[in-house]
Design a protein around this ligand. Structure first.
Ligand code: ZN
Length: 179
């Protein structure tokens, strides 16, 4: 499988043709006699939230360089989603959390319109369950703790579907605080 539509077979390098299967045109290698599937890439992220707000990172890599998002990234092939979310949080901010402490929050499907699609699984955790002090690390220009109210007048832009995830993390915290 590939995350971008393939032009050549990843196994033998033959230029791919097309074959209709399950109601869609698929890229097909005549030499290997197999379909080269085009599938979305799974990602995971975690919203860390406390009294000072939701932890956001300012992206320093494309797509959306300079935009803000909930920390997260791609799963390794052998990695469960909560483990990936905790690893990405550590890599991007230095905060460490036990993957078992993460609560499932949401899931979105998105594309930048370049042929790659992402399925992102969102988790949430209270800041007091995390160890360390958040700082800007890998692929991150800056970090900040924001509420929807404090982010609104700020010059920041949220990356794609992270507007909804940011709101969902904050709503989860508010519900938790008033329960
Ligand atoms: Zn082939």
């Amino acid at each position: 499988m590939t995350t971008y539509p393939a032009s050549f077979c990843p196994d033998c390098g033959t230029e791919l043709g097309e074959r209709r299967l399950d109601g869609r045109e698929r890229r097909y290698c005549e030499a290997c006699e197999r379909v080269v599937w085009h599938n979305p890439a799974p990602c995971a992220g975690v919203g860390v939230v406390g009294e000072e707000g939701v932890l956001l990172v300012q992206r320093d890599v494309p797509p959306g360089r300079g935009e803000w998002s909930i920390p997260g990234g791609h799963l390794e092939a052998d990695e469960p989603a909560p483990v990936a979310a905790a690893r990405e949080l550590d890599e991007e901010t230095g905060l460490r959390v036990d993957p078992d402490a993460l609560e499932l929050l949401d899931c979105f499907h998105t594309s930048n319109g370049d042929g790659k699609y992402v399925v992102s699984v969102g988790y949430v955790v209270h800041a007091h369950r995390c160890d360390g002090t958040a700082t800007a690390r890998d692929e991150v220009r800056a970090i900040g703790w924001f509420t929807p109210e404090s982010f609104a007048p700020y010059e920041g832009v949220l990356h794609g579907d992270h507007t909804g995830r940011f709101r969902a993390v904050w709503d989860w915290f508010r519900r938790d605080a008033t329960a």
